[in-house]
Design a protein around this ligand. Structure first.
Ligand SMILES: Cc1ncc(COP(=O)(O)O)c(C=O)c1O
Length: 425
């Protein structure tokens, strides 16, 4: 397709939306390592996991083989409130950067909660409702996962208890208020409402918290309240499965216009948006049908892929969760209280960790200041600088690769600069 026919925004029809989630694990010859029971060090069984997660989500978590999961009708109906999301050609940015690269981004901020997190939140809330549960508990960093889950729970009439990393609770008051508008309870973590929170507070008085702490509190609350289960917004296999809707949809749009990306870039906190975006492309790469350069961009303040070790570690700080084999900075790692928000998780999705270990993708880490500059340049595409934004794919430095893709998501409710920067870091 000629250059002039590619619109600024590619909007698919509702009828063109993906009808299935794609399970990348089915195409991985070497599968991600299983979650281990911390007491026995044996793989977690479905029965053990079902005390924590909804039954259907346990099935999805453990399923390394089913390639396609049909998206239930009710979830598809919910998705139609904001999907298909646009694939945007960043013409102005390309011009200002004077780059030969063609830059696209998949904009997932076009829903009321403001980010891609809703894709999995609605799925997890749906399965909780189908199981007849009263409610769910969760953690949130920047607050976007918590907002998405609160919205999904209010839709299905479920109670929602959110533990929000204390520093973000204080930095982002608008976020926590939005969650409350949806009827969720929001507790700054670590808190004195759980045994694990009290222990962390005793050992680290004055701590600003971490996602690992908030996960421990949310899990404890779920298992000690009948009719509740814990849900997680990132890292887990089931979350990447739901988020594959982003990549499958992006690929449908690109195929429709004959666009083939060379470089695919995403920010990586626990890996959900990146894992979702790359899923079908990585699938082609694993099957030897195509090759793509795939780059994870993580905050320099929490560089799990670039500075961590690939080892079994607790998913949470309080060591109440199973062990996952992942790139990790250590489950007791407390990042600096900066604006990396939801990217501040000590580990990385086991699927992405395994792919990174196999050399199927790259990773870079970027300091907050460059991210702010890049986010500002992105927000004001007429301004003539933006090296931070370029840095992930080095788009200006790779003229031999004419197609580049850049993913941005979340539109931030509240302190927009901070959140946009976090999203792009
Ligand atoms: C908008 C947004 N993007 C990215 C992230 C990072 O998480 P993940 O790596 O799971 O996409 C978060 C985390 O909360 C987020 O809210």
């Amino acid at each position: 397709m000629s250059e002039s026919t590619i619109p600024y925004k590619i909007y698919l029809e509702e009828s063109e939306m993906p009808k299935y989630w794609y399970n990348l694990r089915a195409d991985m010859q070497k599968k991600p390592a299983p979650l281990l029971n911390p007491a026995t060090h044996r793989p977690m069984t479905a029965a053990e996991l079902s005390g924590v997660f909804c039954d259907e989500l346990v099935k999805q978590e453990l399923d390394n083989d089913t390639r396609f999961y049909p998206i239930p009708e009710e979830i598809l109906g919910f998705y139609k409130m904001y999907r298909p999301s646009p694939l945007v050609r960043a013409y102005c940015l390309e011009e200002k950067l004077k780059t030969p690269a063609k830059i696209y981004y998949k904009f997932e901020g076009n829903n009321t909660s403001g980010s891609h997190k809703l894709n999995s939140a609605v799925a997890q809330a749906y399965y909780a409702k189908m199981q007849g549960l009263k409610g769910v508990t969760t953690e949130t960093g920047a607050g976007q996962w918590g907002t998405a889950l609160s919205m999904a729970c209010s839709y299905f009439g479920l109670d929602c208890k959110v533990y929000m990393v204390k520093v973000s609770y204080e930095q982002k008051p608008f976020r926590r208020e939005v969650m409350k508008v949806y009827g969720a309870s929001v507790t700054p973590s670590p808190s004195d409402t759980t045994a694990v929170g009290r222990k962390i507070l005793q050992e680290h008085p004055g701590t600003t918290g971490s996602l690992g702490c908030a996960i421990s509190e949310a899990v404890e609350t779920a298992v000690s309240n009948p009719g509740y289960r814990y849900v997680l917004g990132s890292v887990l296999n089931q979350v990447l499965l739901h988020q594959s809707v982003i990549g499958v949809e992006a690929k449908i749009a690109m195929d429709k216009y004959g666009i083939r990306p060379d470089v695919i870039i995403g920010c990586a906190g626990g890996g959900s948006n990146l894992g979702g975006l790359i899923a079908p492309f990585m699938g082609e790469k694993l099957r030897g049908e195509a090759d793509y350069r795939i780059v994870a961009v993580e905050p320099a303040s929490c560089p799990s892929l670039t500075r961590g070790v690939y080892a079994y570690d607790f998913c949470d700080t309080g060591a109440v969760c199973p062990l996952a084999k992942m790139y990790t900075l250590g489950s007791d790692f407390i990042p600096a209280p900066n604006h990396a928000g939801g990217l501040r998780y000590h580990g990385m999705s086991p699927i992405l960790s395994e792919l990174y270990d196999q050399g199927m993708m790259e990773a870079v880490s970027v300091p907050q200041t460059s991210v702010f500059e890049a986010a500002e340049a992105f927000a004001h595409p007429l301004r003539p600088h933006g090296h931070g934004l370029l840095r992930p794919g080095g788009l200006r430095e790779v003229p031999q690769r004419p197609d580049g893709r850049l993913r941005a998501h979340g539109r931030g409710i509240g302190p927009v600069r901070g959140e946009a920067a976090a999203d792009l870091s």
